[in-house]
Structure formats: structure tokens, C-alpha cells
Design a protein around this ligand. Structure first.
Ligand SMILES: [Zn+2]
Length: 279
């Protein structure tokens, strides 16, 4: 593909990747999926994301120094999520914007994300949110949508800092404490309840009542994102209560949004009434 005009002024350069096609379904993104590159050198990742043989891409790549390169226009379907599920949907590429954050990842020492890089990622997400209608709960990790295959961007990714800047949903994790836990091998109604709650948040998980490998993987993904102090796939009191808090926070946010849109609709009607010329 020839070069294109970037979607945002925060983009420093464009490197057009041939690895994309057309969005299907909604035809517009309502999710952001965050990744790490998982390669030792960020420029190698850039080459790979533009290599037609690799058949992978993302819309954006954020370098360690905060520079942002756009690879695919937001209107197009970049190939970053692979086999994934969220909220019952399996074509995550069609409904998302993919951001690769340069970091060598778990295989290469998994260093902290530099402050400048996170600041740039936040600025980029905020600019995406100005152009697209994306609920905070739909700003997710690759590991959230592909929990059995992926760990990125991983437990060091500062989701809390993003949420403090208006990007994504976050609740303070409930402290780890003693109490009844659910773990791999368990089965019964409590396991079904847990699976339903995770699926309600968006995770691709069936309510089988058995704490199987899939459940273990989803709990790990949840912990990696929302309770990063301990990632062990065991649903302890802290994990369960943090999930409950998160579901409540999302409900509250949805209510507030409804109120806001009702208020702005009223304001529009008001201004129309007040400024309408007398007829
Ligand atoms: Zn990824």
C-alpha cells in the first residue's frame, strides 16, 4: 500500500503496511487492543509488521522513546488480534484498533515500560477516543481477548495510569487475603458463577461449571490486567472481589454515560427553544 495521511497529529511517521483488509460487521472500531511487540529491537518489529510474508500488522507502533508510527489507517482492518474473543465476538480485528507498544516482553527480560512511552500511548489512545465511540471496558489487552495464547502487554503495563488519564476501566484491586478460593480441578455452582461473571465482563469463557484450563487461562488474563500483584490462575478472595468491583464500576459508568447523553440531548432541545426565532 502506498503511504496515507495519518489519522492523528500525534503520529510522527507513517510506514504503510500491506497487511490489512476491510472491516466487516459494524464497519467501525469499538475496541482498542494493546500489545507488546515481544522483540528485542523495536525496529525489527516495525519491519515484521510491514512484511507481506509475516501477515501481521497493527494500526500503531509506539517506540520506547514515545515516537508513534502509524502502519494501517484506522478505517482498515489491521491483523493484530489473531484467534480471539470478546463479548461473544470472534472477529476482533474488524472491531478494534491495534496498538503495538515496543517492549521485548517476557521472553527477553520484560523491562518496565518507559514513562515517555506510556505518556505517548495515553495521548494516542485519547486521540483515538475523540474519533471513535469506544467504551472504557472495551480497551483491552491482547491477553484479554486471547487468554490461552497470549500474555501481552503483560502485568507491567500500567493500566491504572492509563485509566487515571481517561483511558480504560480500572478499579483498585482488593488486597490479597485469606479466604475460600476456587482453583483448577474444582467444579460446581461457584465455578459456574465465576465463569458467568468473567464472560459478563467480556472474556470468552463458557459456563461449564468445571475449573478447566480455559478458566485458568482467563483468570490469569484477568489478574494480569486487574490484579497484577499475583498471577496464579487461582480465584482467591481478592480476585473474586476485584472482578465484582469492576463489573459494578462498569455498570455505574454506563449509567453516568446515559445521564450525560440525556443531559446533552436536553441542553440541545433547550438551546433550540431559547434561540428559535419567534414565528
Ligand atoms: Zn499481541
Amino acid at each position: 500500500m502506498s503511504s496515507f495521511v495519518p489519522d492523528s497529529s500525534v503520529v510522527e511517521s507513517v510506514e504503510a503496511s500491506p497487511n490489512f483488509d476491510e472491516r466487516t460487521g459494524l464497519g467501525r472500531p469499538d475496541m482498542i487492543v494493546l500489545h507488546y511487540t515481544g522483540m528485542q529491537v523495536a525496529h525489527d518489529a516495525l519491519h515484521r509488521l510491514c512484511d507481506p510474508k509475516a501477515r501481521v500488522s497493527a494500526h500503531y507502533l509506539v517506540f520506547e522513546n514515545g515516537a508513534i508510527t502509524q502502519l494501517v489507517p484506522e478505517a482498515k482492518r489491521a491483523w493484530h488480534a489473531g484467534v480471539s474473543t470478546w463479548s461473544g465476538d470472534t472477529d476482533i480485528n474488524s472491531r478494534s484498533i491495534g496498538i503495538e507498544v515496543a517492549n521485548p516482553g517476557h521472553d527477553f527480560g520484560y523491562p518496565d515500560f518507559p514513562t515517555r512511552q506510556i505518556a505517548a500511548t495515553i495521548t494516542l489512545c485519547r486521540s483515538i477516543l475523540m474519533r471513535n465511540i469506544i467504551r472504557p471496558g472495551n480497551i483491552v489487552a491482547h491477553s484479554d481477548v486471547a487468554p490461552t495464547r497470549k500474555q501481552d502487554p503483560g502485568e507491567r503495563f500500567p493500566w491504572k495510569r492509563l485509566a487515571q488519564s481517561g483511558v480504560g476501566l480500572w478499579v483498585e484491586p482488593v488486597a490479597i487475603k485469606e479466604g475460600p478460593a476456587l482453583k483448577p480441578g474444582d467444579s460446581g455452582e461457584k465455578v459456574t458463577e465465576l465463569q458467568k461473571a468473567l464472560a459478563e465482563y467480556g472474556y470468552g469463557l463458557e459456563a461449564t461449571g468445571h475449573y478447566d484450563d480455559a478458566t485458568n487461562a482467563v483468570v490469569c488474563a484477568f489478574q494480569r490486567h486487574f490484579r497484577p500483584a499475583q498471577i496464579d490462575g487461582v480465584t482467591d478472595v481478592s480476585t473474586r472481589e476485584t472482578l465484582r468491583k469492576l463489573l459494578l464500576a462498569r455498570e455505574l459508568q454506563a449509567l453516568q454515560n446515559d445521564q450525560k447523553s440525556a443531559a446533552s440531548a436536553n441542553a440541545k432541545t433547550d438551546s433550540r427553544t431559547h434561540h428559535a426565532p419567534a414565528s
